[in-house]
Ligand binder design. Sequence first.
Ligand code: SAM
Length: 326
Amino acid sequence: MQDNYQRDINYLRVSVTDRCNLRCVYCMPPQGVQTVSHEEILRIEEIETIVRAAALIGVKKIRLTGGEPLLRKGLAQLTQCIANIPGIDDITLTTNGLLLPSCVAALKEAGLNRVNISLDTMRADRYREITRGGDLSGAWKGIQSALDAGLHPVKLNTVIIRDFNDDEAVSMARLTLKRPLHIRFIELMPIGSCNSWAKGRFVPAREVMGQVTARLGQLFPVKTLAGGGPAKYYRFKDAEGTVGFITSMSEHFCNSCNRLRLTAGGGLRPCLYDGREIDLKTPLRKGAGAREITDLIMDAITMKPDRHHMLDGWRDGRRVMSQIGG
Ligand code: SAM
């Protein structure tokens, strides 16, 4: 379905849990956040009904995210249910990768097509610091398990943060020379409780691109990479992987935004930045079927704003990224 700005809305990001096994400093406060209770989290069948309803109006692509989606029990079962829904042709996952080795085969078998793994640094001490306690070798095992399982492409999400990891952009980009890894440098967004922290640490993507090309040579634009999305992809001469840049802040791409976000508690959010959500859980639990849910999804699409205004600050005091679904 098209929204009021002639954008084709065909992508639903589903947060399957708001819990996380890491506490990334730009994502969550140290004490964590109030999580939704077990009863309030959408059940597998409820998510399935919502995806079925969304598929009726043209949603084709589903991303499973969180919180940390691999903490959700029954994720392979959910993946399989979604894969069986007519109209859904792409299922992807965003994860920190730590739990991936033990479940990647089952997820692929269930219908998972691709995976994005978050990796902000290649240094163990920094990984521990940015994630507040995470183990870098575990993340690498997750990345290797995705490659071994034949998921393609394996994309790495790297948020570049001033005076934290901006000196690693070159070494991270170098990873793509000899390995089929697709690194995406993401601009830090001033979201949630970390809003004020993020302000002085923002690094524009063009600065990151300047650093990597100065050291590693010219980047050539890449026409297509499965999943497309907001990143602009490039490749070094003869490299196996690619380097992408996501310019959410310096050059927003709202005019091509095709997504909706479903929170773990059943709120349908037309825009990451816009605090408005349509509650799908209450009607579902009162017996609404796919048809009624489709009507509510259409309402959310109609509410979708023309663009975000994150440069003016974060206005949703209720939620941080892990609660919306990153
Ligand atoms: N736990 C999973 C993971 O680590 O990928 C999925 C959820 S996480 C919230 C999804 C993505 O959001 C991660 O790649 C993370 O780096 C990104 N993210 C979180 N807060 C962000 C912010 N303020 N600015 C930019 N990216 C952010």
